[in-house]
Design a protein around this ligand. Sequence first.
Ligand code: PHE
Length: 459
Amino acid sequence: MERENFGSKIGAVLAAAGSAVGLGNVWRFPIETGQNGGAAFIIIYVLCIILLGLPIMISEFLIGRHTHANTAGAFRIISNGSPWKWVGRMGVFTGWFILCYYVVVGAWTMHYTFLSAINAFYDVPAKQYEDVFNNFVSNPWLPTFWLFLFIGVIHYVITRGVRSGIEKSAKLMMPTLFIITIFLAVCSVSLPGASLGIEFLLKPDWSKVNSTTILDAMGQAFYSLSLAMGCLCTYASYFDKKTPLAKSAVNVAFIDTLIAIMAGFIIFPSVFNIGMNPNEVGVGAGLTFVSLPNVFQQALGNGSFLAVIFSSLFYFLLFVAALTSAISLHEVATAYVTEEFKMSRRNGATLVTVSILVLGTLCSLSFGPLSDVKLFDRNIFSLFDDLSGRVLLPLGGMLISIFAGWVLDRQLYREEISNGGDLRTPYFKVLIFALRYIAPLAIGLVFLDQIGVFNLIPH
Ligand code: PHE
């Protein structure tokens, strides 16, 4: 069967940006920025993107596009069957593993969009938001219902195929996401007291920068760009020969960083408007599902029309961001099973979907009926989260950079990024240097730290 391609360059960039822009942009980046010295953190983060993120992203693009195969196949082909082929398999596994818990949070964003739209947060006392959230996630049925719906939407897009499913949905969803982000940021910065929030986010404070900050920035850059889980490699296998790899990577990184910074403009002005201390708002799920619903109600008027619109759009934004990322993760696994086990796309996608339904439900129930099931002191959800984020991702990233910098044929590398000599590549030497030395060392440090070998960051 003929392999599909993305129909346009812009479609290819938007799809990859859809993968990169996800929950991490909204629920981690702004908080990390605020607490780690504002613009000082942003500068370090951007350096990490340039020195680590871009070289690895370009390499993933290159491996995918050169081989036109799923990530496991791609690494097998490009490594001529040497043990490096395991890096590709590991990427597929990591992507699938992340998807199992990512869909759970995606489902929560749907529920919170719904709650916001029906004005369910009207008159909820500030202290009760935690109960609202805990009651919801520990309920055996409701989160499962949303989970099935969320996975159903992913399945629908994936079975429509690369062009009329993934590309078309990215072309629709990414501009929507962008418009909503701008609208919410403008609303938020026009609140009274917003300038304190902007200052918190942007004022460079170098005194807060230490080794922990740098490790945080590296880890975040890595996760945010969706590196080392096969997503970018798989999507790049649908790029055509004319897609400029380095330029596309720069565009994706730019969009990703812009949305992350704008998310800060949505969150902090509102937080400061109600006189809340940004150190109390938490991070991740606590920030998103406990602090923010309260912040929005108070800042915009309890139960007011504006609060309903703002809050619904905010959760819808998260939903879209999570959905496009989840689609990219699903595609990694779907492309793998369809091509490696010679199945039809429909059957391959169904197999992946069923596996996600089962494991996703287990992750989801680990907040309720299965909360007692623990391994290494973690519930099922945290186990998936920690194992992928702390171990598999950095390890994969390190191996990819070593492979691209030391093993991959230089000539092939240059051929691919210059599109057969059509594009100039003055950055080539720097790129290879970053892949050979900077990226493996830097990621190696993050990795050792994450698994607690030397504890630079007290977890
Ligand atoms: N990059 C996504 C984010 O910022 C997370 C993600 C990880 C997406 C892995 C796909 C794969 O949230």
